[in-house]
Ligand binder design. Structure first.
Ligand code: ADP
Ligand code: MG
Length: 746
């Protein structure tokens, strides 16, 4: 139900703000239609178990072998699986199927096709779905970003089944649809999506990790997977307020809004009771995710009012990435059913914390060994030590690329704003692992054998004094929320990722840079082994070399501080503050070569991404600027004119009785409002003129720089004026719902 009052552009108020607030607060939580039951986990997923039960044994075996070894699937096997998949879906009420893919940019795409096919000439229909339909789709690719890999006239693109991520069903109001996760490429076979390079990057990392494990004496591991748990942060606002804010509707963030009397100063929202309507909404999202085989573990409020977080249980990164995309879609959709709007933007509100998506990442062998698990005695754990060195090398050598992977216009408002990790890439290890690194550094490579020196276990028991409270174990490391890349026990947490991003993209970059560092490490280790008496001393030598060369990337202090910015500059660490500069990482020769060397992206595919991200930047700022000029003209200026008239009328009637007083406070107030109004009109004209006079640029980069330097500052200047006017204008004349309503009234 839309807000009857603050519909944008409306100038007559049918209901006052208080009445609207009361209406919103009287809404009760919405019950989910069918909350999931315990035994319904993954009931909407075409799981391995379903496949095994529905196809001949030999077919199942061939399918599993193809998936495990990344081998090409036999067309006959695809046919049998397709029929089983269709039968399963139709039994569950599916009428259509869709190849579901992730074009390079944030959202997902789908094109539904019916299972029903007419047969014969007596109006018979049958359900049909072949292996070819499963394996190959052909959507018109022309409307998806391609960054110059294909001219618009050459529209053909293909989607192709990813058998490593299971198909699933989503119920619609009038029937269900089978979703088939797919890759998406151009007619020439270039990857136009996020998934394809992600899958390639897992294989690249696996190859290098297995090679290193062999050198370290592991004879069994055949594959290494990367694991990912993506903690999703988001804001929830009432939908009637959302609908009355063209900036939220079109740009996903507020482009105006004065600071409310109370922001997040008291931090009293964190871990407080989740508001009832929001709670019901999150529960329904969890329940839908449950049926889709996505277990969510944690839910809580976040530090800003109206901000929340959901954390899933980690999975292999490809599945985790698909599941995060589904989760974002469900959050948006289900919020609507609850009369709410879910904001996934990195910075929907100025002056309150933005939203991130912490990427908890690790590597895991096919026998389930976490390669980043320090174990009880990390000093004896050579595997952990070596992979740790590789990560120090990766984040230091490729800090530019890691930074580029999180460069989006939304994240610009967050990184380095003293609330989120800075734009400087660094690693936090925690005292325990830092101690280990120092110990490795000081070892004598001539020693033989694995160290038996016991590390003092830092996970000691904590006692809270004399009481009935049981002693409990503390974690190996403390938290450091100011670090962009923190070791958290047995995984790294890449904290600088933006809340709206497709994590497949960030993980692709992470996998590739780590694969490359493992390769460098193994090359050196192989050489060193040849000239060193024992494997252990060779390992110590190489680890020491890596640690000494890359320890500048380790930073344990306050990443929000000014000192760190200076210190990082001294250490020679890049500080790429904003998107247009940071995206250069994708155009650097070293990185183009890196992606190519590991078979993740060919040079054309890398450059395509560079251009697409720049294009996205341009489009984002352009939309925001258009919203600013139109809202200022149709909402803000009229409100101020009306208010000024009321003040002027009041002055006239007072002065008619008391006589003219040039210095009266009322006149001062009116002058102040008029001064700001005139500034606003001029500033808005300037912004419009700038937008109208936009030159055409041969390069996306130049266009993005122009938007950044010519348009963005003018928008920011307008915001300052509008936000200083908001508290001066009568409340009921201000048609945009205010921060206090958006953030506090649910
Ligand atoms: P935090 O305290 O950082 O908010 P949470 O419990 O909210 O922690 O989230 C931690 C995330 O890390 C979860 O999604 C969890 O599944 C994930 N995780 C745990 N172990 C691993 C691992 N080995 N690889 C990847 N992710 C992991
Ligand atoms: Mg976290």
């Amino acid at each position: 139900e839309l807000c009857p009052v603050h519909t944008s552009g409306s100038t007559t108020l049918k209901m006052d703000r208080m009445e609207q607030a009361r209406r919103v607060m009287s809404l009760s939580p919405v019950k989910a239609e069918q909350p999931a039951k315990l035994d319904e986990f993954a009931c909407n997923v075409f799981t391995d178990r379903e496949i095994a039960a529905r196809v001949p044994k030999a077919t199942y075996k061939a399918f599993k072998a193809a998936v495990k070894q990344a081998k090409t699937l036999d067309p006959h096997v695809a046919d049998v699986i397709a029929t089983a998949m269709k039968d399963w879906a139709v039994e569950r009420g599916a009428t259509h199927f869709t190849h579901w893919f992730q074009p390079i940019h944030i959202s997902t795409a789908e094109k539904h096709e019916a299972f029903l096919t007419p047969r014969g000439d007596d109006f018979k229909v049958i359900h049909e779905f072949t292996g070819e339909q499963l394996v190959r789709g052909e959507p018109d690719a022309s409307s998806f970003p391609n960054g110059g890999t294909r001219s618009t006239s050459r529209a053909r693109g293909y989607t192709t089944w990813d058998p490593t991520s299971p198909a699933f069903i989503r119920d619609g109001t009038n029937g269900a649809t089978l979703y088939i996760p797919t890759c998406f490429c151009s007619w020439t076979g270039d990857a136009l999506d996020v998934k394809t390079p992600l899958l390639r990057s897992v294989i690249a990392l696996s190859a290098q990790a297995v090679r290193l494990l062999r050198l370290l004496g592991d004879t069994e591991t055949e594959h290494v997977q990367t694991t990912l748990g993506a903690e999703q942060e988001f804001f929830v606002v009432d939908r009637s307020y959302f609908a009355a804010r063209p900036d939220l509707l079109f740009a996903g963030r507020t482009l105006f809004g004065a600071k409310p009397p109370k922001g997040q100063e008291l931090e009293d929202h964190y871990f407080a009771t989740i508001p009832a309507r929001v709670h019901a909404f999150i529960q329904e999202v969890e329940s839908e995710l449950w049926k889709l085989g996505v277990p969510t573990r944690a839910r809580h409020n976040e530090v800003a009012p109206g901000q929340h977080e959901m954390a899933p249980v980690f999975e292999f990164s490809n599945m985790a990435s698909d599941h995060n995309m589904v989760q974002m879609e469900l959050l948006r959709e289900i919020a609507t059913r609850h009369g709410l709007a879910c904001l996934l933007h990195e910075k929907p509100f100025a002056n309150v914390n933005g939203s991130g998506k912490h990427n908890n990442w690790s590597m895991c062998t096919d026998s389930g060994q976490n390669l980043l698990e320090p174990s009880a005695n990390p000093r004896a754990n050579l595997i952990f030590q070596c992979f740790l060195s590789c990560i120090l090398h990766a984040v230091d050598t490729h800090a530019d690329l890691l930074r580029a992977s999180i460069a989006t216009p939304g994240n610009d408002w967050r990184l380095g704003m003293s609330e989120a990790p800075p734009a400087i890439m660094s690693i936090y290890l925690g005292a325990d692992i830092l101690g280990l690194v120092d110990w490795i550094r000081s070892r004598d490579p001539a020693v033989n054998g694995v160290s038996t020196a016991e590390d003092k276990d830092p996970s000691l028991l904590l006692h809270l004094g004399k009481s009935a409270i049981a002693p409990f174990r503390r974690d190996r490391t403390d938290r450091n929320r100011t670090s962009p890349f923190a070791f958290t026990g047995n995984k790294f947490e890449f904290r600088a990722v933006g809340s709206s991003q497709n994590v497949g993209h960030t993980v692709t970059v992470l996998n590739t840079i780590v694969a490359d560092s493992i390769k460098t490490f193994s090359d050196l280790l192989e050489k060193t082994i040849a000239s060193t008496p024992s494997l252990e001393s060779a390992i110590i030598t190489v680890n020491q070399h890596f640690i000494k060369a890359h320890d500048r990337i380790i930073f344990e202090g306050d990443g929000y501080s000014e000192e760190w910015v200076k210190e990082a500059a001294k250490r020679g660490l890049p500080n790429l503050r904003e998107t247009v500069v940071a995206l250069e990482g994708f155009a650097a020769k070293k990185n183009i070569d890196l992606f190519q060397a590991h078979g993740v992206l060919n040079p054309g595919e890398t450059m395509a991404r560079y251009n697409i991200y720049l294009e996205h930047y341009v489009n984002t700022i352009n939309v925001e600027a258009n919203v600013v000029t139109s809202v200022v003209n149709s909402n803000i200026i009229p409100a101020i004119l009306k208010h000024s008239k009321r003040v002027a009328d009041s002055i006239a009637s007072v002065e008619a009785i008391l006589g003219k007083d040039e210095a009266s406070p009322q006149r001062v107030l009116l002058k102040k409002i008029q001064g700001l109004l005139n500034q606003l009109i001029l500033a808005n004209q300037q912004l419009s003129t700038t937008l109208d006079s936009k030159p055409s640029f041969p390069l996306h980069k130049e266009e993005a720089e122009w938007m950044r330097d010519q348009v963005k500052p003018k928008m920011d200047a307008i915001r300052v004026i509008v936000d200083s006017l908001e508290p001066l204008v009568e409340d009921e004349l201000w048609t945009l719902p205010k921060y206090s309503e958006l953030l506090f009234i649910k």
